[in-house]
Design a protein around this ligand. Sequence first.
Ligand SMILES: [Fe+2]
Length: 99
Amino acid sequence: MTGLQEQAKKHAPGVEVTDSQVIINVGHEIEHPMLDAHLIETIDVLQFTKAGLLRVKTFTLKAGEKPEVTIELADLKPGTYKVQARCNLHGTFDNDFVI
Ligand SMILES: [Fe+2]
């Protein structure tokens, strides 16, 4: 695996949609560090709308926390969403999901 492939796997937000929740897990293939010096700082959830991307939720994470967040399906309208995970060292990585 090249360094770039490993970076992508470590930062890609995995999305699992269950009957009642959306579970977002950053680096679901290779666990991402959550240290003061290197961590996933935020996970943003945005919805695609006719007017463009609308920010729905922002989760701010701290060192030591698991880079995983959960949203209740009841809190989201049906549609297409973008998840953006921001690493303090490596930038923003995203993924889309539809509910
Ligand atoms: Fe990183």
